[in-house]
Design a protein around this ligand. Structure first.
Ligand SMILES: [Zn+2]
Length: 362
């Protein structure tokens, strides 16, 4: 166990098996789906609900498009839904594990059982919709752009660049082959009432940045419940990366600034994260994340005593073997730290004769 985890507490030691749920509070269920990555699972939330006088269910986040996730949901429809319909799907952000199955859930899927609206922030819906359409030629172009981005930041191994190129835009659209063509927009500060008549929980929308452009977390003050999405995770630190679509982005300060919004919530709020287990210790975890990134920034700055590319920084921040999927995230994350220092004027950027950007302490 990560030593920092001892500062948090986990009221539920066991995780729900595929196709089953764990009741956390009346009308609030924890669902877990498998993911075919190093990060091998995602948590989703199922809430007893009532909309327009119809009693049914709301789902928060969906899982990727896979037979495995569909099977998990089918089993939950059979055993938990109790003959009631799906009323709405809320997706915290556009990443495939959160949005992947929204098209199948809301448009009825193969079984044509449901017809439910998708609730999302405008930026997240738009990006998801665009990326899901990035296949064929558009996917090839996206692959070229990604490879050029990584090459510019020092990834030289032709084999890895080839894999990045091949993965291209088709990577997202494989996990999210479609995003519903219409949606209901949610904004920071909106209040969303979820629950049966007479027993509604009111959730406040808290928008966070840095991990995704307009990520939505939901906080219920009466129950002290925070559905944190990927913004606050107990075991791993939230990925904050610079990718090719926004090559000069500076997401790290955005993320750290967004994190402070959670300090206005009570320390004893129960946090329901998308990865890991529900936990107590919100302020502690926010403080850990600040300390983590500060330490990383110090290490990166020290490594820039000599000009360093983002690829040179990867082994400074990640001291373990990485597969290609992890390497692309690690490179993106290294670049996020370099850019935070660069925007702050603490390092400068130079393009070498080889076309690679290197950063050096000023
Ligand atoms: Zn995410």
């Amino acid at each position: 166990m990560n030593p920092l985890e001892h500062e948090l507490s986990y009221p539920w030691p066991d995780v729900p098996a595929l196709g089953t749920t764990t009741a956390l509070r009346p009308g609030l269920h924890w669902v877990r789906m498998r993911l075919p990555f190093a990060l091998d699972h995602i948590n989703l939330w199922l809430l007893d609900d009532e909309v327009d006088g119809v009693r049914g269910w709301s789902i928060i986040d969906c899982g990727i498009t896979s037979d495995d996730s569909k099977e998990g949901w089918e089993r939950i429809f059979e055993t938990v839904f109790d003959g009631r319909p799906l009323l709405r799907v809320i997706a915290t952000h556009f990443h495939p594990d959160h949005l992947g199955l929204a098209h199948w859930l809301t448009a009825g899927g193969e079984h044509r059982r449901w017809s439910a609206p998708l609730w999302m922030s405008a930026t997240e819906w738009t990006i998801g919709r665009l990326l899901s359409q990035s296949k064929g030629e558009l996917g090839v172009e996206a692959g070229e752009r990604a490879a050029a981005h990584f090459r510019r930041h020092g990834l030289a191994d032709p084999d890895s660049l080839d894999k990045v190129r091949q993965r291209g835009g088709g990577y997202y659209s494989k996990l999210v082959p479609a995003v519903p063509p219409s949606y209901r927009r949610i904004l920071h500060g909106d209040l969303i009432a979820i629950g049966p008549h007479g027993g509604k929980r009111v959730f406040e929308v808290i928008v966070g940045r840095g991990h995704a452009p307009e990520h939505v977390s939901l906080y219920c003050a009466d129950d002290r419940l925070l559905i944190s999405g990927d913004m606050v995770l107990p075991r791993i630190s939230t990925n904050v990366s610079v990718f090719e679509v926004e090559p000069e982005g500076n997401p790290l300060p955005q993320y750290l600034h967004s994190l402070d919004r959670y300090l206005q919530l009570p320390e004893n709020a129960l946090v329901l994260p998308s990865h890991g287990k529900p936990f107590l210790g919100l302020h502690r975890r926010v403080a850990q994340q600040h300390a983590h990134h500060q330490a990383r920034l110090d290490e990166v700055l020290a490594a820039c005593a000599r000009p360093a590319s983002a690829t040179d920084i990867v082994p400074v921040l990640f001291r373990r073997e990485l597969d290609l999927h992890q390497t692309t995230f690690a490179l993106g994350e290294s670049l996020a730290h370099l850019h935070a220092l660069w925007f702050d004027g603490r390092v400068e950027r130079r393009a070498g004769d080889d076309g690679v950007y290197r950063f050096a302490a000023v």
